[in-house]
Design a binder for this molecule. Sequence first.
Ligand code: ZN
Length: 321
Amino acid sequence: MAPAERTVDVVISEVGTRDGLQNVDTIMATDAKKAWIAAEAAAGVPEIEVGSFVPARLLPQLADTAEVVAFARTLPDLSVAVLAPNLHGVRAALDSGAHRISVPLSVSETHSLANVRRSHARMFEEIAAMVAAIAEQPADARPAFEVSLSTAFGCTLEGPVSEDRVVEMAERAIALGADEVGLSDTTGYGNPAQVKRLTRRIHAAVGTERLTGIHLHNTRGQGLANVMAALDAGLTTIDSSLGGLGGCPFAPGASGNIVTEDLVFLLEAMGLCTGIDVERLLLVRADVQAALPDETLYGFVADAGLPKGFAYAPARHRRSA
Ligand code: ZN
């Protein structure tokens, strides 16, 4: 039921409306979220993670996720993604009609216990139950189900994370019935050599079609270098956030998620089509900043502007054209 494949070289998956908003104090009004999502879709963004099905008492910022999904589904050609941390969340996501469901699975068990109070054994039981719940849906209504391997490049609690462990957990998730795994540098510890090595190892273990996407943070300034490594290793979907919003920055002034505007510029300047109009994206950014006046947005392109004579990648399929 996901929208037809788009003819782009790299799929940019915007996560600002989930990862961004869950990490800021401001609770954005539902209408402002809808306007943000509609404007990014109109700028050509092919996929947006619009929310998370978590209890409203834990994340009041995302309490309106069902309504936001319903709205986003009315937008043409947009893949509507959500996060769900547990079976209850997956059921809510299924009811909402989201095209794509991601469940975070922390490779660091210490992080998993601290974050969702679940051991790995308990998480794998939950994932098996999620797969079963999705399988109950009619075949043409089943969303894509991804297990996102968080803390895959290192953990603030455990420190280094074993790559063997990451590969084992990817194999286990696929064996349980996940459609895909994703790699997530939750802590911004990753470096390009590590991104390449781990991607290749997981591809060798479960197949290239089972790992296509990566979620990178720019906490230590390695975000776009890691994107290059991910592309070299064959990944085709990159998560990013408008203005770098969210991503759990660990220190004041440190940015979190990689910045969508800068990522689009990087790819288009290299001749890789994203389908996204970066000038329109900068207008969306101004609207989001106005709706979140107390939050800091990041990004170099917004500050410096596009280079004189900047040309988009050829053969692009801009929805806004
Ligand atoms: Zn993030």
